[in-house]
Design a protein around this ligand. Sequence first.
Ligand SMILES: Cc1cc2nc3c(=O)[nH]c(=O)nc-3n(C[C@H](O)[C@H](O)[C@H](O)COP(=O)(O)O)c2cc1C
Length: 327
Amino acid sequence: MAADYTRQINSLYCASNSAVLHFNFKVSGDFNSKDFSGKRVALGVTGGIAAYKAIEVLRGLQRAGCEVRVAMTRHACEFVQPLTFRALSGSHVVVDDYAPDNPDPIAHITFSQTVDLFVVAPATANTLAKFANGVADDFLTTTYLACTAPVLVAPAMNTSMLEHPATQRNVEKLRADGVHIIEPDKGEMACGTIGPGRLSEPDAIVGAALEILRSGARANRGGANRDLTGETILITAGATREPIDPVRFISNRSSGRMGFALALAARDRGAKVTCVAGITSVSAPAGVGIINVSSAEEMHRAVARESGKATVFIAAAAVSDYRAKEQ
Ligand SMILES: Cc1cc2nc3c(=O)[nH]c(=O)nc-3n(C[C@H](O)[C@H](O)[C@H](O)COP(=O)(O)O)c2cc1C
């Protein structure tokens, strides 16, 4: 970079308290902060090929300080042994509350009503269907019905199973019942199919769980205020990043937390939400359309494209005040 260009950037840094010169490094998440110590999470594991990834979800929640107890369906035990979760959680893993070795005689009540959050990852099509229809024929589904905490489910299944109208109906029912859904990723499945249905990354599931814990959300069990149903809300979130050259850029310290919190609240009140997200250091909420952008120019273009569909626009992003004249 030419010397006078450096001066221009340095003066820019000094003149504006919102523009900060950064080098290109990955912003670390909050998973290791122990901010969540004392939070109790029930982790439900169901019988899908991604059951082994629940181990990473457990570890991520523990790294954030959460105390985690695990419940598994019988089919989940075909994929991962309860012993693995018992060793890592330090607690008895409930599969069958009728089993004589179950230390708690009314585990489905104590398990579900003493936690701050119930996470089910992975959630099979079968378990989603049972949750959506109030079927309580095993420990996990009985726990769901008895649960007074917010519930986060991470569906994972073959694309055809996911796209089946019955599964889509069940997901929508759960959403209407106030369940937080973390959408599955697209990619190559164990069966060789390429499409949506892969379990969302464990870090994203942990991020969504921590976001729910942080927001202090309560279970709404269908009784929530859905007064934004029918609204299409467009929200910008996070910082923009203005390149100076391939390595350096101008940005700011916005985390995206405000924009994502607005998106979460709007989604929970029934709105269809799209977030145009710049650079963020917190996880995007589940059940919200995310359009990732980097510069202010890109954000502007995305907002112009999407705003025609929106009934409400909220600008919560921290858009850079400056961009380099030349790169
Ligand atoms: C090898 C194998 C992999 C499976 N993977 C999935 C899966 O990823 N998602 C799913 O919904 N079902 C999957 N199934 C089917 C479920 O195991 C089956 O529907 C079962 O009844 C689920 O029980 P649960 O919901 O009580 O755990 C798989 C079955 C087998 C044999």
